[in-house]
Design a protein around this ligand. Structure first.
Ligand code: XMP
Length: 326
């Protein structure tokens, strides 16, 4: 039977008991496949790669080498969380690479969205490749492939995901969650003891804040975007919207408007809030965020974030607007 086809008899994993059963099976399978060899994993901190990492750590401990590449376009606190959870709490074999300068130098003055995406994706593979070449005796490559990735026959995710890795890497694949749907991966992640913040994370595009810092990325505007986005997430957490809204974020365009602060002229960028609900990301509707929450977020962003002097709300459903701005 093709191991990429989910058997009809496979129960949907909805409870901790079913997840524990799945985990026990996978641990046995992984040990049988890998033996005493080493496995490499690109750990982004997203749900899928995090769950794969946690499973492999349980199964083979230090035989797993996790590489976390910080491309400088992560949201606030994300790389730190990967280090905290995997490096410290789970005591994983974790290599952390801060490649921020490499990425931002390459992206300097590049305004065209598709070129930005290509640069980020290409550089990611390069950094990962260089790191893999430094390691010796790695026979396996683990990946957080999930069932919808296999079903998407046009391979959309495979080629526009930053996690896409070079095909010429001569390593056998370990893909323990490849027959699971996203909701099942989350149940397994919780059963493995990963923090909710990681397991119930909203989707985040591979190119990260790179596609939300619109046009040519500058470090100061990227910093402002990261801080404004962190405030939005914090306030959505506080008012309960975080668990309800499918995806929410800030985008910061490459233009300024006139404002006034402390009785002085204050030019700044606008922060655009987008909060959408969807089932499959093909279409999306707008979450009706209460005005009270919007006022609070506006106050905080304009007073706490250097360089931002207005907050705008994107009311456009998909279609016509895509979820991301770029
Ligand atoms: P759009 O903007 O096309 O986005 O309506 C649909 C969903 O896909 C995410 N997205 C990406 N994910 N790499 C990814 O891994 C990308 O280049 C990318 N572009 C968009 C987007 O965040 C939304 O959830």
């Amino acid at each position: 039977m093709n191991s990429n086809v989910r058997p009809d008899t496979m129960k949907r994993i909805t409870t901790k008991e079913l997840a524990d059963e799945f985990i026990a099976e996978q641990i046995a399978d992984i040990r049988a496949q890998v033996g005493d060899k080493k496995v490499l994993l690109a750990l982004s901190g997203g749900v899928d790669s995090s769950v794969v990492a946690a499973l492999l750590i349980k199964a083979i401990g230090k035989q797993l080498v996790c590489v976390h590449v910080n491309h400088g376009l992560m949201r606030k606190g994300e790389s730190e969380q990967v280090i905290e959870v995997f490096g410290k709490e789970l005591d994983a074999n974790l290599i952390y690479i801060d490649a921020t300068d490499r990425f931002l130098d390459l992206l300097k003055d590049v305004a065209e969205p598709e070129r930005k995406r290509k640069i980020i994706g290409g550089e990611f593979i390069k950094v990962f490749d260089e790191e893999a070449a430094k390691l010796e005796g790695i026979d396996f490559l683990a990946q957080g492939t999930i069932y919808p990735d296999i079903l998407e026959s046009d391979g959309v995710k495979a080629h526009h995901n930053v996690g896409g890795l070079p095909e010429d890497m001569e390593m056998e694949l370990v893909e323990p969650v490849k027959l699971l749907y996203k909701d099942e991966v989350r149940v397994v992640g919780s059963a493995l003891g990963l923090p909710d913040q990681m397991v119930y994370r909203q989707p985040f595009p591979g190119p990260g804040l790179g596609v939300r810092c619109l046009g040519a990325i500058t470090r100061d505007r990227l910093h402002a975007l990261r801080e404004a986005d962190a405030i939005l997430r914090e306030e959505f957490d506080k008012c309960g919207l975080a668990g309800k809204v499918w995806q929410y974020f800030v985008a910061v365009p490459d233009f300024k408007s006139v404002g006034v602060k402390d009785d002085k002229r204050y030019e700044g960028w606008p922060a655009i809030i987008r909060a959408v609900n969807t089932v499959d990301a093909m279409t999306a509707t707008i979450e009706e965020v209460p005005y009270e929450v919007l006022h609070k977020i506006t106050n905080r962003i304009t007073s706490e974030v250097d360089g931002i002097n207005r907050v705008l709300l994107d009311l456009t459903p998909k279609p016509v607007g895509t979820i991301e701005w770029e």
